[in-house]
Design a binder for this molecule. Structure first.
Ligand code: SF4
Length: 68
């Protein structure tokens, strides 16, 4: 595991996460599930160790026959 993934936890590999980079060069994770479900924090406190909304990014790559 990289240092980044240890600091971030589940959001690091979650398809709902979006990395937002600030003008000062910092970055934070935005949980896109928060837009449709207010029980998710928009900016989760990291590291996230447990999350019922977590979906691995890799699952998307399995979709065979998907339109490009
Ligand atoms: S669903 Fe959970 S793991 Fe995924 S980005 Fe949101 S808070 Fe992080």
């Amino acid at each position: 595991m990289s240092q980044e993934s240890e600091k971030v936890g589940l959001c690091f590999g979650c398809r709902h996460a979006r990395v937002v980079t600030t003008a000062r060069g910092g970055s934070f994770y935005l949980c896109q599930l928060s837009a449709s479900d207010p029980s998710f924090a928009k900016y989760p406190q990291l590291p996230v160790m447990h999350c019922r909304g977590y979906r691995a990014m890799a699952e998307e790559a399995d979709a065979s026959g998907a339109d490009e």
